[in-house]
Design a protein around this ligand. Structure first.
Ligand SMILES: [Cu+2]
Length: 126
C-alpha cells in the first residue's frame, strides 16, 4: 500500500518538469502567430468593404470610412475596381476569393470594371 501511494507521487513529480516546456513552446508559437498577423496579414484580414460576385459590386452604393479598404472578388474571372475619375483608385483582382486593398479619400467616387463595362458602382467615403 505504501509503495502504491509512492508511485503516483513520483509520477506527479515529473509533470511539473514537462509543463513549463509545453508552456514556453505554446507561448512562442502564439507569439509568432501574432507577429505574422500584425505585419503581413493586416490588409487582407480586414473585412471586405466591397465584394464582387456574379459580375456585381456589393453593396452598391457602398459607404466606407476614409483609409484603406479591402475589395474581394468571388468570381472565377478577373475584375477591376477602378475609379471613373482617373487615378483615384485602381485595383485588379483575380478570383475567386482574392482580395486587393486600395486607399480611398472622402467623397463620392463612381467606379467601374475595366474588363466588363456593364459593371459600375458608387463608393461613398466619409
Ligand atoms: Cu469585371
Amino acid at each position: 500500500m505504501n509503495t502504491q501511494t509512492a508511485t503516483p507521487h513520483s509520477s506527479s513529480a515529473r509533470t511539473p518538469l514537462r509543463t513549463p516546456r509545453v508552456l514556453v513552446v505554446g507561448l512562442a508559437a502564439s507569439a509568432a502567430l501574432f507577429a505574422a498577423c500584425g505585419s503581413d496579414a493586416k490588409p487582407t484580414s480586414q473585412e471586405p468593404a466591397v465584394t464582387i460576385k456574379t459580375f456585381q459590386y456589393s453593396p452598391n452604393p457602398a459607404s466606407v470610412a476614409a483609409g484603406t479598404i479591402v475589395i474581394r472578388n468571388d468570381d472565377n474571372t478577373t475584375h477591376t475596381f477602378t475609379s471613373d475619375e482617373q487615378g483615384v483608385f485602381d485595383a485588379s483582382i483575380t478570383g475567386p476569393n482574392k482580395t486587393a486593398s486600395v486607399k480611398v479619400t472622402a467623397g463620392t467616387h463612381k467606379f467601374h470594371c475595366e474588363i466588363h463595362p456593364s459593371m459600375t458602382g458608387e463608393l461613398v467615403v466619409t
